[in-house]
Structure formats: C-alpha cells, structure tokens
Design a protein around this ligand. Structure first.
Ligand SMILES: *Cc1c(COP(=O)(O)O)cnc(C)c1O
Length: 236
C-alpha cells in the first residue's frame, strides 16, 4: 500500500471504531467529531488525510498550522484546530485561519485573542484547557482557575465553547476514563452554576478515545492511529 492508501485505511478504521464507541455510549452518531492530529507528518502527507475525508485537522504548533493552512487544498466545511500551547505573539497570524483554539490556559491569552479578534473583525471560538490529573508536568489550568475564567463575562469577540483535557502521562485507559468523567462533571457544573453554554468537550487521543467518547467527548484528537505504517517527521 502506498501512503495515501494506508492513510485511507487508517482513517476508515478510526471512524469505524469511533462509531462503535458512540453507539455503545448510546449517543447520536453525529455527536463526536474526529480531529486528525497531523503534527507527525509533512504537508503532502497531511493532504492525504484531508483527501481521505478528514474535515478537521489539529496542530500543536502555530507556525506549522499556518504553514500547512497556506499549502493544503481543503473543502469549504474544513476547520483548523489549535491544540498546543499558544504564545500571545503568535495569535495574530494564527487567527487568520479561523481555528478553534482548544488550548487556552491563561487570562492573558484570552485578552490577546479578544484584542486580535476585534482587530480582525472576527469572533473566535475557544476551549479552556483543564489539568484534571493534577500532574504538574501537564499543561492546562486547575479546575478552580477554569471556573474563574469561565465566569469572566467581558468578551465581545470570544466564545468559550467548552473544555479540553488530556489524561495524565502513562495513565491506563480505565483511569483516563475516570479523569474524562471528571472533566464532563466540571463542564456540567459550570453550565448549571453559571448558566453557561459549554457544548464542546475535547478529550481522547489514540490510546483512550473510546473512554473519552463514553464520558461525553464531542471532539477526539487522534494522531498516531491515523498515521500507523506511515513515515513520520524526524522530531516525532
Ligand atoms: C499529539 C497530540 C494528540 C494526538 O495524540 P495521539 O496519541 O498521537 O493520538 C492529541 N492532543 C494533543 C494536545 C497532542 O499534542
């Protein structure tokens, strides 16, 4: 199989497994979206994933996201996702590609996104990244800080759409499932306590997405499983 055939097979396998997880959770089939994490491969290989049918791509480095955004050929209903740490000085160029930003981890970053969105006359959708595992090596905000930021009602050009989380490093899938359930509980509490609408839960990666879907994920961020058997960039 060549690279594009391999990616098509991988993509279809992931879609099938997602469908099974959605069905066993008793959720509607269209309630979970696959964000293909393309950080492992170059732009031409990423194009194969788009051609296989993937409508959402995630990158963890803003420079790579905008370079790929400038070279890939994507359909109209395509959406970029920024899933890694974002520095404020990268916001301007990133926003040109209208990404959903999953990885908001400070008030300062929210302020930068607000200012730049106003300058560009756009509304930016973001998720707040929560560190649920309490793992110090992990990115994301403690639940109390997520609550504080969610409560700030001062945005004209930002919509906070939900939460993003990763299970702690080396966490077994069952334990990851418990952490995802805590993220969902935090989201439910924020909705009922603060009257917010937070429909999106970005959680689950190649090793734990069925557990994340069972816990209520609406966006799963999958990389390795889509690029099995495909040569990766050296740094990954
Ligand atoms: C790399 C990455 C993923 C994808 O992880 P896989 O285990 O390769 O599926 C998901 N989320 C974030 C934030 C990542 O950096």
């Amino acid at each position: 199989m060549n690279v594009s055939e391999q990616i098509l097979v991988n993509y279809q396998n992931v879609i099938t497994e997602m469908g099974e997880a959605v069905r066993s959770a008793g959720r509607p089939q269209d309630s979970v979206r696959l964000v293909g994490v393309s950080k492992y491969v170059d732009a031409p290989t990423t194009q194969c994933l788009v051609d296989a049918g993937c409508r959402d791509l995630g990158e963890n480095r803003p420079q790579v996201l905008w370079q790929k955004a400038e070279s890939l050929v994507v359909p109209q209903d395509f959406q970029w996702h920024m899933i890694g740490h974002l520095q404020t000085n990268k916001v301007r160029r990133l926003l040109k590609h209208s990404p959903l930003i999953h990885s908001v981890d400070s008030e300062r970053l929210l302020l930068a996104i607000e200012d730049e969105s106003k300058l560009q006359s756009r509304t930016t959708d973001v998720l707040l990244e929560v560190n649920i595992s309490g793992d110090e090596a992990k990115t994301g905000l403690p639940p109390d800080e997520v609550r504080r930021l969610a409560t700030l009602q001062k945005w004209d050009a930002i919509r906070i759409r939900g939460l993003m989380a990763m299970a702690g490093w080396g966490t077994e899938a069952d334990e990851a499932g418990k952490q995802f359930a805590e993220v969902a509980k935090l989201r439910d509490d924020l909705q009922s306590d603060l009257g917010l609408e937070l429909p999106e839960l970005s959680m689950g990666m190649s090793g734990d997405y069925p557990e994340a879907i069972a816990a209520g994920a609406t966006l799963v961020r999958i990389g390795s499983a889509l690029f099995e058997g495909v040569p990766r960039l050296a740094k990954h």
